[in-house]
Design a protein around this ligand. Sequence first.
Ligand SMILES: Nc1ncnc2c1ncn2[C@@H]1O[C@H](COP(=O)(O)OP(=O)(O)OP(=O)(O)O)[C@@H](O)[C@H]1O
Ligand SMILES: [Mg+2]
Length: 322
Amino acid sequence: MYKEFYGLRANPFNVNPDPRYLFLTRHTEEALACLTYGIQSRKGFVLLTGEVGTGKTTLINKLLEWLRLQQVATAFIFNSRLNTTQFLDYMMADFGIPSDSKAKSQILLRLYNWLLDRYRAGETAVLIVDEAQNLTEEVLEEIRMLTNLETFTEKLLQIVLVGQPELEQKLKQPQLRQLRQRLTLRAKTHALTLEETKAYIQQRLRIAGSNGQQIFDPEAVVAIHRYSNGIPRVVNLLCEHCLVSAFVDQQKVIGPAVVEFVARDFDLADGNAARAMMTSSPAAGQTTGQSKLDLADTLRSLANLADRFRDDEKDLPKERKL
Ligand SMILES: Nc1ncnc2c1ncn2[C@@H]1O[C@H](COP(=O)(O)OP(=O)(O)OP(=O)(O)O)[C@@H](O)[C@H]1O
Ligand SMILES: [Mg+2]
């Protein structure tokens, strides 16, 4: 409903990691270049980390899109609650390698032969593991074993491990030392600066069909950046709810008051969340361990909330959908 009011074709601030909306900052470009370079030059093992909601999965979806265009075989594992057997089964199925054996040695042999065939044909294969901060040590150890699949000169399987900063901490544990040593390249996603937040919002509106007419006034964008701390997922949530709220009031241009109202609704206006968000800005310098924790928790709650909104929206009768 609000789409028509604001001259949009699609919902601009969907919280799905849709690569069509990928906004490239200098950091995102660097991260994407690092990932593609690592894969093309068969480096074997690349790590992508970044705070909650800063665009890791969106970037990975872009990478997957690119790999599929290049006809590179890919397996994408995003369920980090798998045990080692389930992990291997999932990977084989996603690569499309038939495997009826339940014995791990047989599965690995099949994978090795399949990778060798591809290698001889001048092709590679890429395994991407998202949400890797939640993987068990056993599964991480299994991934390390997969990096041993190589010829005398080159890695047969390229692995991209993706996760929140806890993953870096996990990899520092002595028992995962061997895995860490195999990491050849590291890429990172970051929160957006104010300038980037402005451009990010503009780009999303444009892709969703806006003709460039002003929807968020500049002060509203400043407030969105302040409350979201430049975390794209929170920017999306705030913008989406500002659009709904302003539409209800039939306001064509969204001012800072609407942002304040929505942020209060999300408990971002006062209390720990907002403070943690503001003080944990890299520009703000020091961040206490506690505020970092608060920030991560708040973002997780927001993400869950967003999922609930999406689910609720699915259940709405059509005419009530916004
Ligand atoms: N660079 C970007 N361009 C466009 N949209 C982005 C970008 N980064 C993040 N987003 C948007 O922000 C939301 C969260 O992004 P995403 O799910 O990729 O984050 P994440 O880092 O994978 O989070 P998590 O740590 O929770 O897995 C999505 O709606 C996504 O579309
Ligand atoms: Mg993600």
